[in-house]
Design a protein around this ligand. Structure first.
Ligand code: NI
Length: 280
């Protein structure tokens, strides 16, 4: 429904229409009026038509608007849904970040307890401490030279790993260090003879029992001397673990006997690459 037009255009149109109806009775009058007012009549008619057109446009625009509303609602819902999804994604990302940080923190706290200082002697009886290896990657292993099978196998594996890492020109070298848990028999000379059988790269360390005990305690290495046989021979039960230390002298990872050569090479390379990116 059109609202009642109140514009001057409508009023003048009505007046003209009325006037021309009355005036059609007399020819001259009609002619005069027609002649005199035709142009104005037509002009006003045009104005009124435009007025009506405007009203219609106004109505249809109102209609259009009401028709567009559901579309904009749909858009709003889609936007809200997308916004919700994005918020969820952000929330998850933040949560994951937090978890990662917590895990790293826990790892740092846990690993801070492993490693530490030691003061032992090398093949030449020269004092060597953990500080001597700063700036180098170290693969540290505890064992004893009379070990029947496990230590030789482990040292052989570690030497192979070290050679592999050293052959990679993209990566830094790694220093193998062997600390004895049997200082009574493993003199500097015995250590030298034993280590040279595997690789000239190994630095073997020994020392007084208290110093060995201190080193073992710092690295959470357990050892226990077994009973002696009639020849005075004995076995030393000990933890079979190799420790990876970074150039800052910090503990990075430990590798048990079950870790294969390939795993060790892969993991050490990964740690070296990560260190190069994040620590250097
Ligand atoms: Ni052993």
């Amino acid at each position: 429904m059109l609202p009642i037009p109140r514009s001057s255009a409508f009023r003048s149109f009505c007046r003209i229409k009325e006037f021309s109806q009355f005036s059609t009775s007399s020819g001259l009058q009609t002619y005069f009026h027609n002649k005199a007012f035709r142009s104005e009549f037509q002009a006003r008619q045009r104005i009124f038509r435009n007025f009506l057109r405007g009203q219609r446009r106004f109505q249809s625009s109102k209609k259009d608007h009401s028709e567009k509303t559901p579309i904009s609602w749909r858009i709003s819902i889609i936007c809200a849904a997308l916004g919700g999804l994005y918020a969820l994604h952000l929330y998850n990302t933040m949560k994951n970040q937090e978890l990662r940080e917590a895990r790293e923190k826990r790892k740092k706290l846990g690993t801070a307890a492993i490693g530490g200082s030691y003061e032992l002697v090398d093949f030449d009886g020269k004092t060597r401490t953990d500080k001597d290896f700063l700036g180098q990657w170290v693969l540290l292993y505890f064992g004893f030279t009379h070990c029947p099978d496990i230590c030789p196998d482990e040292i052989e594996k570690l030497v192979k790993v070290v050679d592999k890492i050293d052959s990679d020109k993209e990566l830094p070298n790694i220093q193998p260090v062997f600390i004895t848990v049997d200082p009574a028999r493993d003199t500097p000379k015995a250590m030298k003879q034993y280590c040279e059988e595997f690789s000239p790269k190994i630095i073997g360390l020994t020392g007084p029992k208290e110093k060995i005990d201190e080193a073992c305690k710092n690295y959470r290495v357990y050892y226990s001397k077994g009973p002696e046989d009639e020849d005075g021979d004995y076995i030393v039960d000990h933890t079979i673990i190799a420790y990876l230390m970074n150039p800052k002298g910090e503990f990075v990872e430990y590798f048990g006997k079950n870790k294969t050569y390939d795993t060790l090479v892969f993991e050490i390379k990964e740690y070296m690459r990560k260190y190069a990116v994040f620590e250097d």
